[in-house]
Ligand binder design. Structure first.
Ligand code: COA
Ligand code: AMP
Length: 625
């Protein structure tokens, strides 16, 4: 048996021992005597009697150990043509000061703070400051429209919201403050204060409840780390489900710290003093885990990049960052590489920089297509590691464990499950399928530390979304298969979630927006394959009887509606007005069939179809003939 096999077997045969061992790498105020509380399945809890502070583990302990001068965070911002490096000591002091601001505004243990910030160092500072005083942060991705922010404000009921005057999106300056004010107007819940960071690119007008970041920090008394229970929530991160109401994934602090700290050397092969560059956004789970928490827990240096893979100003920026900061592991979404490849197919920019520090490229967030895999592997001549995970899991489920041993690669597969993840594939009746057969990908409970213990204020939805389909298993929502060597193949979502340029979105949510238009009787939104973004949404609407509208005008209104209500990231650009939607006899819209036809597959007509002529009429529209 190889080292990977030994570790995997140990983790599933004796999780208690495996994770208690891993927990010794974390500083505890009260060390846990047990790993798993399984007294109330499927509500598992990790390290039930442990107490810790995650911010202490991410910052103070490295300073206390004499590494205060080591770089902790590099803010690299081609869009503002600036760079700033914070040592561990500097970052601790910034965080302690901002924690003092929050405490001064009355934020205490268990209180929620919504963070709506662009990719600036203050985003990490605000997150860690919450962790420092035991508050629960909820970061909302900057690309979401006010309505999406409002839904999250109402669910998390924050006492304070932290935001900035503006973000910079490519060449555009996006004013955040009016978006925030609009969101608060739309929400029923009112925060007591908003702390606003003024940026020179667009200063915000301040209102009564607004507090200026800089002056508040200047007058703040630094706050110390507050020990909290390992099972206390560290953050809530909303993610798209099948409806317009996002799911508030809860992350507990103890299990998360242990799992992430374990993953840094074992999966990403990055240790103290080494540099990881995760080109994502703090609004996504990848950003929470591998821009902010994991690198700092491990004492490594993290690059927080404010820019795009292309256009800010060119397709060489990732390579510049690697060369300038000595990056060892680069982590991004395949879509970013497709964008670079389109601009620079021969990789000329890459050859301009010294990339000798770069040892691995990690890709996740969507399926890695073989063409992009090959292009990246040929260009960089280093291991290109596809790995699969979800907001819910907090860290990768399946990955080639670079720090343990590199397993042979099978193109199309992110390789094998990491320790702790007992991945299985079941048929519709909950029976394991044979190797090579497609089914629902599930994880046998309990899942390892770091995975979600529940949804915020919604145990019922946690059960109905993930736990009720197959007793004893977590339903991932992805379909796929295992092969005879235990390699996992993830073929795509089996629900209404789509991944657009690495952004997770709900087609159900977009349908709710289209359906709200006064002229629309019914509608369907499906995710179709896209060469650049992986998937993009396409909308189909049936108009109410008697409505006569100029179709181009109506289409433009519908596209704008989704942009206004969900956000530009939804990228819904294509809406067709159709006579009818194909349905089953029980009235369910045949979205899967529509998707298959749109993607050019030889899609069988389901036997349950109500009226096959509706599908026949739609076929040329789906195929854009
Ligand atoms: N704030 C405001 N608007 C945002 C935004 C943000 N944080 N992020 C994206 N948008 C806007 C974009 O400006 C664009 O607006 P437009 O329709 O007016 O042009 C729209 O949302 C769609 O954005 P995106 O899907 O990102 O497309 P793009 O064409 O601007 O860029 C890529 C394409 C591939 C460069 C970009 O999608 C990318 O970097 N993807 C990687 C995503 C990623 O890291 N995901 C995390 C998972 S690991
Ligand atoms: P998110 O919660 O935003 O991280 O999105 C999770 C979803 O992205 C998963 O359920 C998958 O559908 C998809 N995904 C993430 N990583 C991969 C991968 N490596 N291969 C295929 N799909 C992936």
């Amino acid at each position: 048996m190889g080292v990977y096999d030994e570790l995997f077997t140990a983790s599933v045969e004796d999780p208690e021992r495996f994770w208690l061992d891993a927990a010794t790498a974390i500083d505890w105020h009260v060390a846990p005597t047990r790993a798993l509380d399984d007294s109330r399945p499927p509500f598992y809890r990790w390290f039930p009697d442990g107490e810790l502070n995650v911010c202490h583990n991410a910052l103070d302990r490295h300073v206390d150990a004499g590494h205060g001068d080591r770089p902790a965070l590099v803010h690299d911002s081609p869009v503002t043509e600036s760079q700033r490096t914070f040592t561990y000591r500097e970052l601790r002091d910034e965080v302690a000061a901002f924690a003092g601001v929050l405490a001064g505004l009355g934020v205490g243990r268990g209180d929620r703070v919504v963070i709506y910030l662009p990719m600036i160092a203050e985003a990490a500072v605000a997150m860690l400051a919450c962790a420092r005083i035991g508050a629960v942060h909820s970061v909302v991705f900057g690309g979401f429209a006010p309505k999406e922010l409002a839904v999250r404000i109402d669910d998390a009921t924050p006492s304070v919201i932290v935001s900035a005057s503006c973000g910079i999106e490519g060449k555009r300056v996006i004013e955040y403050k009016p978006l925030l004010d609009k969101a608060i107007e739309l929400a029923s819940h009112r925060p007591e204060h908003c702390v606003i960071l003024q940026r020179p690119q667009a200063e915000a007008a301040m209102g009564e409840r607004d507090v200026d970041w800089a002056s508040a920090v200047a007058g703040a008394t630094p706050a110390d780390c507050v020990p909290v229970k390992a099972t206390d929530p560290l953050y809530i991160l909303y993610t798209s489900g099948t409806t317009g109401k996002p799911k508030g994934v809860v992350r507990d602090g103890g299990g998360y710290a242990v799992a992430l700290n374990w993953s840094m050397p074992n999966v990403y092969d990055v240790g103290a003093g080494e540099t990881i560059f995760t080109a994502s956004d703090v609004g996504w789970v990848v950003g929470h885990s591998y821009i902010v928490y994991a690198p700092l827990l491990a004492g490594a240096t993290t690059v927080l990049y404010e820019g795009k893979p292309v256009g800010t100003p060119d397709a060489g920026q990732f390579w510049r960052v690697v060369a300038e900061h000595g990056v060892k592991s680069l982590f991004t979404a395949p879509t970013a590489f497709r964008a670079i490849k389109k601009e620079d197919p021969n990789g000329e920019y890459a050859r301009k920089y010294d990339l000798s520090s770069l040892k691995y490229l990690f890709l996740a967030g969507e399926r890695l297509d073989p063409e992009t895999y090959r292009w990246a592997a040929d260009l960089l001549e280093i291991p290109v590691i596809d790995h699969w995970w979800q907001t819910e899991t907090g860290w990768p489920i399946v990955a080639n464990p670079a720090g343990i041993e590199l397993l042979p690669v099978k193109p199309g597969s992110p390789t094998r499950p990491l320790p702790g993840w007992d991945v299985q594939v079941l048929d519709a009746n909950g029976k394991p399928v044979e190797a090579g057969t497609d089914g629902a990908i599930v994880v046998k409970l309990p899942m390892p530390p770091g995975s979600l213990p529940t949804l915020w204020n919604d145990d019922e939805r946690f059960l109905s979304s993930y736990m009720n389909a197959f007793e004893g298993y977590y339903l991932t929502g992805d379909g796929g298969r295992l092969d005879e060597d235990g390699y996992v193949y993830v073929m795509g979502r089996t629900d209404d979630v789509i991944n657009v340029a690495g952004h997770r979105l709900s087609t159900g949510g977009m349908e709710e927006v289209l359906a709200s238009h006064p002229d629309v009787a019914e509608c369907a939104v499906i995710g179709v394959a896209d060469r650049m973004k992986g998937q993009v949404p396409r909308g189909f609407v049936v108009l109410k009887a008697g409505v006569e509208r100029d179709e181009d005008e109506l289409r433009a209104e519908l596209v704008q509606l989704v942009r206004d209500q969900v956000g530009a990231v939804a990228s819904l650009k294509d809406v067709a007005v159709v006579a009818a939607l194909p349905k089953t006899r029980s009235g369910k819209i045949l979205r899967k069939t529509m998707r298959g036809i749109a993607d050019g597959a030889d899609e069988p007509v389901p036997g349950t179809i109500d009226d096959a002529s509706v599908l026949d009429a739609l076929r040329p529209v789906l195929r854009r003939e």
